[in-house]
Design a protein around this ligand. Structure first.
Ligand SMILES: C=C(O[C@H]1C=CC=C(C(=O)O)[C@@H]1O)C(=O)O
Ligand SMILES: [Mg+2]
Length: 468
């Protein structure tokens, strides 16, 4: 591991300490090394004893991008409700402004990266379920493995203060050496046994769906996404690595993520991109309207075809397209999207899907786009503000980070956010799973309930609790 760049890290740390003295504030040094490929999950697992509660894992659906972070060199958090996206972006810029970055590679997700997300609705009454996550929470990792189009990089981030000395460099190099030496191929061991599964108040949830359908028929609201929770209890602490392993095996076409905070872990496999921004190119997704997968290829085709022609689902989908198109046209000089939805087939479910691409106007930053889009009518409803207010009023669930933007942004302003659905919060040997669905005028409470059951499956199967 000793390379010429370690000289850079050493000198960078010395320079940063001097800079921290003159500025009277901490200064970041970030060093990027190109390394041989490492199995991303093995890197994550190597941080288990030293960094438990301070790790994250990210894979995009194409498998082109993996980002795994160990340790926290900087946390950006806030419980502020208005202007939170802008606030985080400002904090991020302020943090990297005076930093010293050794990164000769023109690759996204190398060098300083912040990973994290936002709660769905900062105005919702908080329960203790999400006490480990503030409304905006981002971590800048100390050690980060990233893979972009098959090339692998190791970033080391060190925050230096005016009180640090030369020993900081020795400490970091020793710790990094220990992590790298301890990486061994991860294989899951004993599965957990599910002891108790409690759907939280399904009857009440269906009554709420009925009540909202009545309102949709009479008022100005067109769509409200209603979600519910299932609480699982296992015989022993849930091994996050094993859940990730299962998700990677079974949900290849999804974003796969884990975000640890103070011992809890928010984890999932979402098919839905909120926004990706690489330079001026932006990509977003309209995903709404669902039907099960068929047991045979023929069944599956018949179901898919039925979805493509089902008026209730087409309406549910179209609300999302209209809103996203409008938002993108405001922020972009060019926007392209197909006229008709296509099918996105995941392991457990198929959806109506319309991809959207655009080119941003010069001033549109990634988090400004997140601000503009969240929540789309696939997670909130239409009109946006009224729908979020309705959810706040009638939904029992504390959504926390469920259905909200989760992802990364690098020091160049590039990054990607998924909508964190098909997800759960792991707390020791317990887990809460979340699933929701788009309620429109033609919704039927029983079939929406069945739809949420299917949406629990990716996480339930990965945790060990549902055999297909
Ligand atoms: C809100 C969820 O899914 C959304 C994404 C795709 C399809 C949806 C639907 O058909 O209702 C939902 O809008 C969820 O999985 O919890
Ligand atoms: Mg639906």
């Amino acid at each position: 591991m000793v390379t010429i760049q370690d000289t850079e890290l050493k000198e960078g740390i010395q320079e940063a300490i001097e800079r921290a003295k003159s500025l009277s504030k901490p200064v970041l040094v970030s060093e990027v090394q190109k390394i041989n490929h490492i199995d991303p999950l093995s890197f994550y697992a190597a941080g288990k004893s030293r960094f438990f509660g301070e790790r994250f894992f990210w894979k995009d659906p194409s498998g082109e991008t993996y980002i795994i972070g160990l340790g926290i060199c900087k946390q950006i958090q806030s419980d502020q409700s208005t202007g939170r996206f802008n606030h985080v972006e400002k904090e991020w810029k302020r943090f990297i402004n005076n930093s010293i970055i050794f990164n000769p590679y023109d690759k996204n997700a190398t060098g300083p990266v912040m990973f994290g997300g936002f709660s769905f609705d900062p105005l919702k009454r908080k329960t203790k379920l999400w006490s480990k996550y503030s409304d905006s929470l981002f971590h800048v990792p100390t050690y980060m493995y990233s893979e972009m189009n098959g090339q692998a990089f190791l970033t080391t981030n060190v925050v230096c203060t005016q009180h640090d000395g030369d020993s900081l460099f020795e400490k970091i190099v020793a710790e990094r050496g220990m992590i790298m030496a301890s990486i061994s191929d991860y294989h899951p061991e004993n599965a957990n046994t599910l002891q108790e599964e409690a759907d939280i108040n399904p009857e009440k949830w269906m009554e709420t769906v009925d009540a909202v359908v009545d309102e949709l028929k009479s008022g100005s609201l067109k769509k409200v996404v209603l979600a519910r929770e299932s609480r699982l209890i296992y015989d022993k602490p849930i091994e996050i690595e094993r859940v990730l392993w299962n998700l990677m095996e079974m949900q290849r076409e999804s974003f796969i993520f884990a975000f640890e905070s103070n011992g809890d872990c928010f984890i999932g496999a979402s098919p839905e991109r909120l926004i990706k921004k690489y330079g001026e190119n932006v990509f977003t997704t309209c995903l709404a309207g669902s039907i099960p997968r068929g047991k045979t290829a023929e069944d599956d085709h018949i179901l898919g075809d039925a979805l493509l022609h089902d008026q209730k689902n087409l309406t549910e989908h179209q609300y999302v397209v209209d809103m996203i198109k409008e938002a993108m046209e405001e922020s972009c000089s060019e926007v392209e999207l197909p006229d008709e939805p296509q099918l996105m087939k995941m392991r457990d479910i198929q959806h109506l899907y319309t991809p959207v691409i655009g080119k941003t106007k010069r001033d549109a930053s990634l988090l400004a786009l997140v601000d503009r889009l969240h929540p789309t009518p696939a997670l909130g409803g239409l009109p946006k503000r009224e729908a979020v207010e309705k959810i706040r009023e009638v939904e029992e669930l504390d959504r926390g980070f469920y259905a909200a933007p989760l992802g990364w942004m690098d020091f160049r302003g590039n990054g990607e956010y998924a909508v964190a659905i098909r997800s759960g919060l792991i707390q020791g040997n317990e887990a809460s799973l979340f699933a929701g669905c788009g309620v429109v005028q033609d919704s039927n409470a029983e079939s929406e309930y069945q739809e949420t059951k299917i949406k629990f499956r990716p996480m339930l199967t990965a945790l060990g609790g549902y055999e297909k």
